[in-house]
Design a binder for this molecule. Structure first.
Ligand code: C2E
Ligand code: CA
Ligand code: CA
Length: 591
């Protein structure tokens, strides 16, 4: 259909695209060529320009699959295969059943009209055709179709084609190539760290960013077309939003001067400049993966999956780049899938274990608490770090079961210590933001405390700063209810997110943990020293306890002591230990 001018809002453009009904592809099937010539001549005078006509009704289905018209004008009475047969065959095919059909019939009998309606005809027109009636019915039919397409096949946020339409086009292109030969490429485009950005901008801001990113990508692929003098056709139209922060583009003819790398380079340049979201400059990049037909797969699902594996590979390497699907990508992706499957079974197989790391008072060097840190004893791979599998668990939705397991295990352990009379230290555990978003964490925590009969104030939940900043969630209410169960609340990894201190002040936290990255080079690094003094002063004014995390050397400890940081946690005192190791450590302390 028609070309829109660049720099338009994509949503508007899609609408325009469909309002330009005159560019619709009109197919006619009639055994009398003269009828088709007359209708075409008339419609041309009305401004329509794209026609495809067919006399031999036996080829109708094949031709429909090939051309995919926007509307079909179908004669009912034809030799060999009549209009009813064609209607019936169309309704049985998912690719064809949505094409509207206007039936042309000289048969003035109600029974055949009824039959055609039952077979899914959209409208009727009596032969001989009255030109103005034809024009009206055609326009109505195309308008309805455009509207339905818009709802079913376009993403309402960005106006881009959705996953369904993308898959449909991909399948169509593959059918053609399987018959005629040739190659195509699927590019999977996944925004880097979108979840994180979304958390700090709030859901509304995240939506605006997605709209801006879509418009910018569209502009970049389209501009490239003009520059390279390739006839603008469907390349930019295939830019689709598959869901969330994932987009895709289809290069359905790799033989022309466009090659995948060229397109990917242009898409990449769309991210060079920051995006303006409500007056805020936001920088974001993308990981792109490319799969090619026929080398990397011959059906739509496999090609899409492989392009996704390639973009995941880029993301794992830090993002902001592209990668073709390859043996290495495949091996990694399989390994990851295996790890995913293993992780889901890890609880049942008792492969998860909590380690405990002491928190120590800087002045007295007494133990004040422990942080529970999870470990995965993988049967083949040995101990796997939570830094590797927690993000995986979050991604596959397993974090809820895992998180519940952590809460129960830590509460049970606390009870065992309580029973030995070891009640002079707190027990902290980490809670992932996602655990708060779904399910009822408040009653789960309260239940675990009650069932194990432990004092609620022995427990501290560590939440990351980015969560505290999520504007899309009534975090204040949730934290108040958590706090009401009696547990302590700690802000983890402080300093690494986008802090809004004004907001932070309202939240019922008890403790703040300074991220390890701010004390790696104290006391020599004056910038770090300045940051720590500022954080400590702020925490004091908010009445928060301060914990410094990741202390490895004595000079760091001495420096922190000087700044009145009361608690430290780090290898200097002890690494995280399994229960027996911690218990020996505790007994030694008390000896
Ligand atoms: P985190 O909550 O910031 O935990 C502190 C991390 O720093 C731990 O890594 C700890 O072993 C490490 N660490 C402590 N002292 C030192 C030090 O002196 N030097 C160095 N280099 N590192 C130190 P770990 O155990 O690998 O955990 C990594 C992250 O995984 C945690 O960061 C936390 O975000 C997450 N995590 C761990 N256990 C759980 C859990 O049970 N649930 C959830 N949701 N996340 C967890
Ligand atoms: Ca922590
Ligand atoms: Ca931390």
């Amino acid at each position: 259909m028609g070309l829109a001018t660049p720099n338009q809002d994509p949503q508007q453009e899609i609408v325009d695209h469909y309002i330009q009904l005159k560019n619709a592809l009109i197919m006619m099937v009639d055994d009398e060529p003269i009828m088709m010539e007359l209708v075409q001549a008339f419609l041309e005078s009305e401004g329509y320009s794209r026609f495809t006509t067919l006399e031999d009704s036996r080829k109708a289905i094949e031709s429909l699959q090939d051309q995919r018209p926007d509307v079909l004008l179908l004669d009912l009475n034809m030799p060999h295969v009549d209009g009813f047969d064609i209607l019936e065959a169309m309704r049985a095919q998912k690719q064809l059943k949505h094409i509207p059909v206007i039936v042309l019939t000289s048969a003035n009998d109600p029974a055949s009209k009824l039959k055609a309606l039952e077979l899914g005809a959209t409208d009727f027109l009596a032969k001989p055709v009255d030109p103005s009636e034809l024009a009206l019915r055609l326009r109505n039919t195309l308008t309805v179709k455009a509207y339905q397409d818009q709802l079913a096949y376009y993403d309402s946020l960005t106006g881009l084609p959705n996953r369904k339409l993308f898959l449909d086009r991909l399948e169509w292109a593959l059918n053609r190539l399987q018959r005629d030969g040739g190659a195509l490429a699927v590019v999977d485009i996944c925004l880097d760290r979108f979840k994180y950005v979304n958390q700090s901008l709030g859901i509304k801001g995240g939506d605006i960013l997605l709209q801006k990113v879509s418009a910018r990508m569209l502009e970049h692929v389209r501009q490239g077309d003009v520059i390279s003098k390739v006839p603008i056709d469907d390349l930019w139209r295939s830019l689709s939003r598959l869901g969330g922060d994932e987009f895709s583009i289809l290069l359905d003819d790799m033989s022309r001067s466009e090659n995948a790398e060229n397109v990917v380079a242009r898409l990449k340049s769309a991210f060079d400049k920051p995006f303006n979201v409500d007056g805020q400059e936001v920088s974001i990049s993308a990981s792109m993966g490319i799969s090619v037909y026929p080398d990397d797969g011959d059906d739509a699902d496999v090609l899409l999956k492989n392009a996704g594996a390639a973009s995941a590979f880029v993301k794992k390497q830090g993002g902001n780049g592209y990668q073709f699907f390859s043996d290495e990508v495949e091996a990694r992706s399989k390994e990851r899938m295996q790890l995913e499957a293993d992780l889901r079974k890890a609880i049942g197989r008792s492969e998860l274990e909590m380690y405990y790391q002491p928190k120590v008072n800087t002045k007295t060097e007494a133990l004040t608490g422990v942080e529970a840190l999870i470990r995965w004893n993988h049967p083949q791979r040995g101990i796997i770090s939570p830094a590797e599998f927690i993000p995986l668990a979050e991604e596959i939705g397993f974090i809820h079961s895992l998180g519940d397991w952590v809460i129960l295990t830590v509460c049970r352990q606390t009870k065992l210590w309580q029973d030995k009379g070891w009640n002079d230290f707190t027990v902290s555990l980490n809670v992932s933001p996602q655990q708060l978003l779904n399910g009822d964490i408040v009653s789960f925590v309260a239940g675990a405390i009650k069932n194990n009969q432990i004092p609620a104030d022995r427990l501290v939940l560590e939440l990351t700063e980015s969560l505290a900043m999520d504007k899309g969630l009534d975090i204040l209410d949730l934290l108040k209810r958590l706090r009401a169960t009696g547990v302590g609340l700690s802000i983890d990894d402080f300093g690494t997110g986008y802090s809004n201190l004004g907001y932070l002040k309202q939240l019922p936290f008890d403790e703040l943990k300074i991220d390890r990255s701010f004390l790696m080079n104290i006391p020599t690094d004056q910038d770090e020293v300045a940051i720590i003094t500022a954080i400590v002063a702020m925490a004091r004014s908010l009445g928060l306890k301060v914990v410094a995390e990741g202390v490895e050397e004595l000079p760091q400890l001495e420096c922190l002591r000087l700044f009145d940081v009361e608690t430290i946690q780090g290898y200097y005192f002890s690494k995280p230990m399994p229960v027996p190791g911690f218990e020996r450590y505790y007994l030694d302390l008390k000896a």
